[in-house]
Design a protein around this ligand. Structure first.
Ligand SMILES: Nc1ncnc2c1ncn2[C@@H]1O[C@H](COP(=O)(O)OP(=O)(O)OP(=O)(O)O)[C@@H](O)[C@H]1O
Ligand SMILES: [Mg+2]
Length: 240
């Protein structure tokens, strides 16, 4: 598995933090890693974007690539139109990922917002790029009430497009999880049909990079290069 598309249920749910953790675990295992953020919205030129953030957290060996930047914090197609900038096609995204895959062991492609956010006026999404790449999609999801619906919708959208889904990683697991969070650990897999593959503790994105790298494998299932176990995590957080 050399390319993984990191998508999720929406924006601000921890895709970048999860991408950083997977990159950190892979880099620590001696793999060469690239993080590709095709469309970065909401930032002016010159400010570090998600790909640069992931490389900062994961390690200096990680390659960070951004293809387009649109200053307004909007969906890429809307932000491009309003800025008078060109949109990105799925073919351009797939080509960039393929090129990185030729020189890296692992390429992580982080979407913008959730799975069906539009990248161009024709309505193409990250799902179209994943199809061209024949790459599996990882679903990053919130922990709290509401995640069962949005995660299950995302899983259904992937299935409807015959895209392979790896599983679900919780982007930000609270220090003091409420009843809904704890129940969701068991209900997310049964509702979405996808396995739970990790949980990144709340606040991890603010760790010093060295601390982040040391801790990251403990947040991820072995299939993502870590040592996390869904069974142990559920046992640690009983619904009560
Ligand atoms: N586990 C975490 N630890 C610390 N901060 C987190 C964590 N998860 C999310 N955040 C914070 O929440 C915000 C959103 O997280 P993140 O940037 O990873 O979301 P995203 O899904 O990548 O959003 P976007 O659609 O903008 O790319 C950031 O400010 C980030 O620092
Ligand atoms: Mg992000």
């Amino acid at each position: 598995m050399s390319v993984i598309v990191v998508s999720g249920t929406g924006t601000e749910i921890g895709k970048t933090v999860v991408t950083s953790a997977i990159a950190a675990a892979a880099a620590a295992a001696g793999r060469s890693v690239a993080v590709l953020k095709p469309a970065q919205t909401g930032l002016e030129p010159g400010v570090p974007g998600d790909a640069a953030d992931a490389a900062r957290l994961a390690g200096p060996s990680v390659t960070a690539v951004e293809l387009a930047r649109y200053p307004e914090p909007l969906a890429p197609d809307t932000a491009a139109r309003r800025a008078g900038l060109p949109t990105l096609s799925p073919a351009e995204i797939a080509e960039a990922a393929d090129k990185l895959a030729a020189s890296h062991d692992l390429v992580l492609v982080e979407g913008a917002g959730g799975l069906l956010v539009r990248f161009d006026e024709a309505g193409h999404t990250l799902a179209d790029a994943a199809r061209l790449l024949d790459a599996p999609v990882l679903v990053v999801a919130p922990a709290a009430l509401g995640t069962l619906n949005s995660t299950t919708l995302t899983a259904e959208a992937l299935r409807a497009r015959q895209l392979a889904a790896l599983g679900v990683v919780i982007g930000s697991w609270p220090a003091d999880p409420d009843l809904a969070c704890r129940c969701n650990l068991a209900d997310l897999p049964s509702s979405s049909g996808l396995p739970l593959l990790g949980a990144v503790p709340e606040g991890s994105g603010a760790l010093a990079p060295e601390e982040f790298r040391a801790a990251a494998p403990a947040w991820l299932d072995p299939s993502l290069g870590g040592t996390w176990s869904a069974r142990s995590f559920l046992a640690a957080w009983p619904a009560g």
